[in-house]
Design a protein around this ligand. Structure first.
Ligand code: GLN
Ligand code: ZN
Length: 756
């Protein structure tokens, strides 16, 4: 069986692209030097795949920042304001990616959005009425030729016309339909050009096909491709989908003149059933996505071989492929020098997955594959007993009952009790948790990690920072204080380190956006709290002041969503296990006199299914209870806060209310306060602190500005329910701007309070 890879990680084994790009941004290296690094990486990645025996290797999966942005440039959709800067090609590209402020002008960066259900973010193309789409860039052709020079025939990967139009933002009167003609021409030209180059295959990525589509949208897709494919000539076209199934359009896409169709058989739950019902056309090749591009576990050969043999019953020509681009995987396990062997043997990162694909491609050819060493070696891993199994925690989850998810006193009653308990003024002021992570703060942590200072010295320093933070907040006159989160700079790893069942990596970085990478920990076994996590810091902070200090925790859904999950138990099981661990922490905090506890669910929405009819059955039906599990046991006078980022909660406002927190804060300033309308429309009951200023920018908001925002909020939110806070944690900010901003925030709350 032949083998294919949808795309390969591009930042490099040790994030070489990130570091080179950042040097370039700082003016420390030239554009040419950056290009050299990029060229080396591409070469390395192609040769790696070639050596691993992959038959269909991608090119143009490389990007300096993001593939959608590359497509924007390729299609000449660069808005006028960026063109007008008069910068060169590369500089214009980065101006769209990161904004530009300098001699040539002042433009903001493109908006960024989550790429389907991943933690990768793409740059949203901006289409204006004067946008004229034509084939203009050269990147896919250039990279194809570059690989060819190394003797490697690649399939250029290009975001498909439909997905591009569907994800773009339209600023004027035009909609996607207005661009059909131009897109057909541009993609036709791409095919012509590839044909001239002698390219054998091209891959059009159309993940938008796995979303809920209307009949019109499907018609639009069909009409687009009928015409685009008219220009195929000798180039074979692979229609690539991933992250789900193509239930709305299976027959429609099969009827088109594609030469290959890529389907995801892991996240695309219904794809196998669609195949069974309809069979797969004999004149096409099925690129069967069976190697998990998103997770880090070794592939279970037995399971995959069964799946492949089922697939082969209905499709004559099958190529084994990844479920999605390997972009969502770290580069290689080889960098993990500290990981125990009997843990490591369970994993395969991008590089190791190449070997798996290759092994599977010949195992499938064998009549007696069970006798092959490769197969036997794989069986051994899956038959071995995994570490960190806890019967105790499994039983605890199994025994959960309704009362574990419900607070004894309902929220309306609690509100009265808490108003009395705390006696806050109208519009209480607070922050989201973290204070600036200065050099001093970071140095303290890194010195401790490298063993330069001992635990005692480290803690003493953290306590010193906490004390200064408390004093600062008292001086500012905030109502609810925080300890500053100096002991962490990460919302998950810090908790994971105190939980059994977690495994950490040294270099398993995955691109989140542009040059930013994240290093998610791995849930390896049953999760159990080993020791109190935050208690000593909160206790100390509270001992310094008479004002309430919030205990600061990360919620179970966010911990789960920002980790690599297990594949042998359900997401619900993991969320509940983590929920129980957080519940223990919540109860300890309460016992020690912490009266307000914030359980952050920054990433609550991250794994919301792509298909709307699965939102509840597959996700919210356990995600919301997992949060409730954490706080169901606290006293009615203990106030539970939560915090969420990344907006766009309009559609799940009711579910958020259902988390049964007492107070919620969230990002609102960048989304132009649209969320406020959704709160009103849904009779939102939880007290709310929609962020009054954007902490992602060093800009200091003025008092008047905040007053105005608050007045606008008061048109829609009951004055007894409104809190005043920034829109997220302050850890990325500097101290001077933080103090100035908070001073204005407290002042603005006072002015609005007195005006009533
Ligand atoms: N409490 C966290 C902080 O303030 C929340 C971070 C987040 O929402 N991303 O840093
Ligand atoms: Zn946040």
């Amino acid at each position: 069986m032949k083998s294919a890879v949808i795309g390969f990680p591009r930042v490099g084994k040790l994030r070489e692209l990130k570091f080179a790009s950042e040097k370039y941004f700082r003016g420390q290296i030239t554009e040419e030097s950056l290009d050299v690094v990029a060229k080396e990486l591409r070469k390395e990645h192609w040769q790696l795949q070639q050596k691993a025996g992959i038959d269909f290797i991608s090119s143009n999966d490389f990007s300096f920042y993001d593939g959608m942005l590359d497509t924007t440039v390729l299609l000449n959709a660069i808005p006028k304001e960026y063109q007008k800067l008069g910068l060169n090609e590369q500089q214009t590209y980065f101006a769209m990616a990161r904004g530009y402020q300098g001699e040539q002008g002042d433009v903001k960066a493109f908006a960024m959005k989550k790429w389907f259900n991943t933690n990768y973010h793409y740059m949203v193309p901006e289409i204006n009425d004067d946008t004229k789409i034509t084939l203009c860039g050269n990147k896919p052709f250039h990279e194809y030729k570059e690989a060819k020079e190394y003797g490697i025939e690649t399939k250029p990967v290009i975001i498909g016309a439909f997905t591009f139009l569907k994800l773009a933002k339209y600023n004027g009167k035009n909609t996607a339909a207005n661009y059909a003609e131009q897109l057909v021409k541009a993609y036709g030209d791409i095919l012509n050009k590839l044909n001239e180059l002698g390219t054998k295959w091209v891959q059009f990525d159309e993940p938008a096909l796995v979303t809920d589509l209307t009949a019109e949208e499907i018609q639009f897709f069909v009409a687009l491709y009928k015409r685009i494919l008219g220009n195929k000539n000798n180039v074979k076209v692979l229609l690539q989908t991933y992250f789900g199934d193509v239930r709305d359009c299976y027959k429609d896409i099969m009827d088109l003149e594609f030469d290959g169709i890529g389907l995801d058989f892991l996240e695309g739950k219904r794809n196998l059933e669609l195949l069974r019902l309809n069979n797969f056309p004999e004149d096409k090749i099925l690129f069967a996505g069976v190697i998990n591009g998103k997770n880090i576990w070794k592939c279970d050969y037995k399971r995959i071989l069964d799946m492949l043999s089922e697939i082969k019953k209905h499709a004559k020509n099958v190529v084994i492929s990844t479920s999605c681009s390997l972009l969502h995987n770290p580069y290689t396990l080889e960098n993990e020098t500290k990981m125990e062997e009997n843990v490591k043997k369970h994993f395969a990162f991008a590089k190791e997955k190449l070997s798996e694909i290759h092994e599977l491609s010949y195992i499938t050819e064998s009549d007696d594959y069970e006798a092959l060493t490769e197969y036997k070696r794989n069986r051994e891993v899956f038959e071995a007993v995994r570490l960190y199994e806890s019967k105790e925690i499994q039983a605890e989850v199994a025994a959960l009952s309704e009362k574990d998810f419900i607070r004894k006193i309902d929220r309306k009653e609690r509100e009265k009790i808490q108003k009395k308990e705390f006696g806050f003024p109208l519009f209480p002021t607070t922050t989201i948790g973290s204070f600036p992570q200065t050099q001093e703060v970071k140095k303290n942590r890194s010195n401790y990690r490298t063993g330069e200072i001992d635990e005692k010295t480290y803690e003493k320093q953290v306590f010193k920072l906490i004390e200064a933070c408390i004093r600062q907040q008292e001086e500012l006159g905030l109502d609810v204080l925080v300890h500053g989160e100096y002991e962490r700079n990460d919302m998950v790893e810090f908790f994971g380190e105190n939980l059994e069942g977690y495994v950490f990596t040294e270099k398993a970085w995955v691109q989140s956006y542009g040059t930013r990478c994240v290093k998610p920990p791995i849930i390896f076994g049953d999760v159990k709290r080993i020791r109190p996590i935050t208690v000593k810091y909160s206790k100390y902070a509270q001992s310094l002041t008479n004002k309430p200090v919030k205990g600061m925790l990360t919620g179970p859904v966010t911990i789960l969503n920002w980790s690599f999950p297990r594949e042998d138990v359900s997401l619900q099981e993991m969320a509940y296990q983590i929920g129980i661990a957080i519940r223990e922490e919540v109860c300890d905090l309460e016992k020690l006199g912490i009266k307000i506890i914030q359980i952050d669910e920054a990433a609550l929405k991250e794994k919301l299914p792509i298909r709307r009819n699965e939102w509840y059955s597959e996700y919210l039906d356990w995600a919301i209870p997992a949060f409730r599990l954490c706080h169901s046991r606290v006293k009615p006078e203990t106030q539970i806060h939560t915090h969420m980022c990344y907006s766009e909660f309009e559609e799940i406002v009711k579910d958020i209310d259902n988390m049964d927190a007492d107070v919620i804060s969230f990002e609102a300033s960048r989304s132009k306060l649209t969320i406020i309308d959704a709160l009103k429309a849904n009779n939102f009951e939880t007290e709310v602190g929609p962020g009054v200023y954007d902490i992602h920018s060093p800009r200091i908001p003025t008092v008047e500005e905040i007053v105005q925002v608050l007045q606008k909020m008061l048109e829609k939110i009951d004055k007894n329910k409104l809190w005043v806070n920034p829109d997220c944690g302050l850890k990325t900010r500097g101290i001077p701007e933080t103090i100035a901003s908070l001073k204005n925030l407290v002042e603005a709350a006072k002015i609005v309070r007195e005006s009533l």
